[in-house]
Design a protein around this ligand. Structure first.
Ligand code: SF4
Ligand code: SF4
Length: 463
């Protein structure tokens, strides 16, 4: 019996309820319900197979020129699967498996395909279905639980540094876990995140009290500290706090309602198709942020894929009504500053920076059009000269580039436009707001990149 016939989807696909209905040419697969409709929004125009250096779509096609490895190619295989053409458990079909495996979930198609095929979300459902059938691999569980390991085991820093320094351990990690022996793993920072008493929220009753609601003249904001900034780049958090403070905002750092492990958006679970765990993280996040959203405080995030999951993937997780209120207040750091500047409420004294900066946007920043905000904010720094690179996906894409079978294609993606552009300007500063992009650039080019918050902090004028 074809298992997809009774496919119970793990994500909420109701947003596609009416997609293609009444259209005789919509070619909606026979099984899969609303998930099938999400797949069928592709009109087979093959724009995702154009050889074009602009935009992001589709990194895996750009490096392989294999039509199975474009967005539309994946759609064709998924349709065959949902129409019962690929056997009893079609999601395990090797050709479909390779096609989905090499999708880097960049969301390039969601923005650039004329019909907004959301292959990154489709991949989450695909992986979740595969996990139900085959179980979750040890490597997937290791990567997915990163926020938990980092919180529970401060000694992980030494273990990772030890592994990175030992050829033997790197080879062993590849053999046992499939983590590439040729890649360095990111090492957590030695220094801990410092949050002052006034920024930490240690009394939840205060948050809901009328003293705090509504927020004072719109100058109160909430900073969402993601797992990656917290554990690997706490200086980015310090820089964001310094900039917001200098601009006259009172910044509260979002904390979980129940003391314990810090908040996490659930992205690492989604990337491995672990929907139930992602939903549990998302619910904690919504519970923590809802009082702020209801108080009208902007919720500001630093890591694009983490903050933007509140506005995007959370819609497919079947969360409470509060999720929409939180999403409405969630902004990237650059979006927040650009918005305040447009409203003429952003007050910051900046000194000239005589620097040339190359800007590599995270794919998810590009997918929501946030590079416009980046441009606007960078223009606020006097004397700064900058280029927004047409660099598609850097190829790291979360843990993708660390996985042994993906390392070569990850470097091919980086080698298409990003690394050549960086090599042409060896003395420029590099700006990159994505944690995994910074890691790829560090290994591929040897330069450390700055987050926008760090660059603005460098330009703060205290005169
Ligand atoms: S995925 Fe989008 S761009 Fe590619 S063929 Fe389908 S509709 Fe066209
Ligand atoms: S999410 Fe990115 S890699 Fe995946 S199909 Fe879309 S454009 Fe291609």
């Amino acid at each position: 019996m074809l298992k997809t016939l009774y496919m119970k989807t793990l994500l909420d696909w109701s947003a596609y309820e009416d997609a293609g209905m009444g259209d005789a040419y919509a070619d909606i697969p026979k099984t899969g319900g609303n998930f099938a409709k999400a797949v069928a929004v592709c009109i087979n125009s093959k724009a995702c197979e154009s050889q074009n250096d602009k935009g992001v779509m589709c990194p895996s096609y750009r490096v392989t020129h294999d039509s199975h490895l474009s967005t539309g190619g994946r759609v064709r295989l998924l349709k065959a699967a949902l129409n019962g053409e690929l056997g009893e458990f079609p999601f395990a079909d090797p050709v479909l498996g390779r096609a989905m495996d090499l999708c880097v979930s960049c969301k390039g198609c969601k923005r650039e395909c004329e019909n907004e095929v959301d292959m990154a979300l489709i991949k989450v459902e695909y992986l979740a279905q595969l996990n139900e059938e085959e179980g979750v691999s040890l490597r997937s569980r290791l990567f997915a639980h990163t926020p938990v390991w980092l919180h529970r085991w401060p000694g992980l820093r030494r273990v990772i540094a030890w592994r990175n320094a030992s050829k033997f351990l790197m080879m062993l990690g590849e053999k046992l876990l499939g983590i590439s022996a040729s890649r360095q793993l990111p090492v957590p920072a030695e220094e801990k995140l410092q949050v002052s008493k006034t920024q930490a929220i240690d009394n939840w009753d205060d948050i809901a009290s009328s003293d705090v609601i509504p927020s004072t003249e719109g100058r109160e904001v909430v900073l969402l500290v993601d797992t990656f900034s917290r554990h690997f780049d706490p200086d980015i958090v310090a820089a964001a706090l310094a900039v917001l403070d200098a601009a006259g905002y009172r910044t509260l750092v979002a904390e979980p309602k129940q003391p314990g492990r810090p908040l996490c958006c659930g992205r690492t679970y989604l990337a491995q198709g672990m929907v139930a765990q992602a939903k549990a993280e998302a619910q904690r996040m919504i519970e923590a942020l809802l009082p702020h959203a209801e108080a009208g405080r902007p919720i500001i995030g630093l890591e694009p894929s983490c903050l933007l999951s509140l506005r995007d993937e959370y819609k497919a997780l079947g969360l409470s009504e509060g999720a929409a209120k939180v999403a409405a207040q969630a902004l990237l750091f650059e979006e927040f500053i650009a918005k305040e500047h447009t409203a003429k409420t952003f007050r910051l004294k900046l000194k000239p920076l005589d620097q040339q900066v190359l800007v590599h946007g995270h794919c998810h920043q590009k997918a929501v059009g946030a590079m416009k905000s980046m441009r606007k904010v960078l223009k606020l720094i006097p004397g700064l000269s900058f280029d927004l690179l047409e660099s598609s996906c850097c190829g790291m894409a979360g843990s993708f580039g660390l996985e042994a079978e993906h390392t070569a294609v990850s470097w091919e993606m980086a080698g298409q436009t990003l690394l050549p552009a960086l090599r042409l300007a060896p003395h420029s500063l590099v700006l990159s707001n994505g944690f995994s992009c910074r890691q790829q650039i560090r290994e591929g080019d040897g330069r450390s990149s700055l987050h926008l918050a760090q660059l603005i902090r460098d330009a703060l004028s205290y005169e």
